[in-house]
Design a protein around this ligand. Structure first.
Ligand SMILES: [Zn+2]
Length: 188
């Protein structure tokens, strides 16, 4: 499997998630759906290495990350050394600004993928426009440094009038630059 196949499988699984009250918090989704799914896919396809946030964890791969990278069993999810290494491959540096992402993966040819997650909410019939625009910008930045980008937006609530005429062309436009946008709607 290369990074495109991995992105396809990961994107499909994320898109199949039902956003219930359990996932009101972005971090819960990140840990229980995104990280879990990416790690399981990597277990099934060990030629893909997945890098996840340490969240203050200290355990590292043994004896070294590079050695562990050759055998899934020796890898440690959330290894801070792996996370640091992934930064070298996956960050997007532009105009003096460094842009980081939530989960990263590489294939054996150093083809790379990142996932950006953002939870947004409609409030009193008003959309979270500026935050959404910022999220889309982060996805575009990610595309500068990575072969595959998955942008996951958890969008909670709704406005009375649905404004959705350009959703499909918008997603197609993003696909042209390598961004797969997954919007999960939640009603809690
Ligand atoms: Zn490691």
């Amino acid at each position: 499997m290369n990074i495109h196949g991995f992105g396809e499988a990961l994107g499909q699984r994320i898109a199949a998630t039902r956003l219930g009250a359990r996932f009101l918090d972005e971090k819960t989704f990140e840990k229980e759906v995104l990280v879990k799914t990416a790690w399981e896919l990597s277990r099934a396809n060990p030629e893909i290495r997945v890098f996840t946030h340490p969240w203050k964890r200290k355990a590292e791969c043994q004896p070294t990350c590079e050695a562990a990278g050759r055998n899934f069993r020796n890898r440690v999810e959330g290894c801070p050394a792996c996370w640091k290494r992934s930064k070298k491959r996956n960050v997007a540096d532009v105009f003096g600004m460094r842009n980081n992402f939530d989960v990263a993966a590489v294939d054996q040819a150093e083809g790379s993928l990142v996932v950006e997650v953002k939870w947004l909410r409609f409030k009193e019939n008003k959309g979270p426009n500026s935050e959404f625009q910022r999220f889309v910008g982060q996805c575009a930045l990610a595309a500068a440094a990575n072969d595959v980008v998955i942008g996951v937006c958890g969008l909670w609530g709704r406005r009375e009038k649905q404004l959705d005429e350009h959703e499909k062309p918008f997603q197609e436009a993003l696909e042209k630059v390598g961004v797969r946008l997954v919007v999960l709607r939640g009603w809690a």
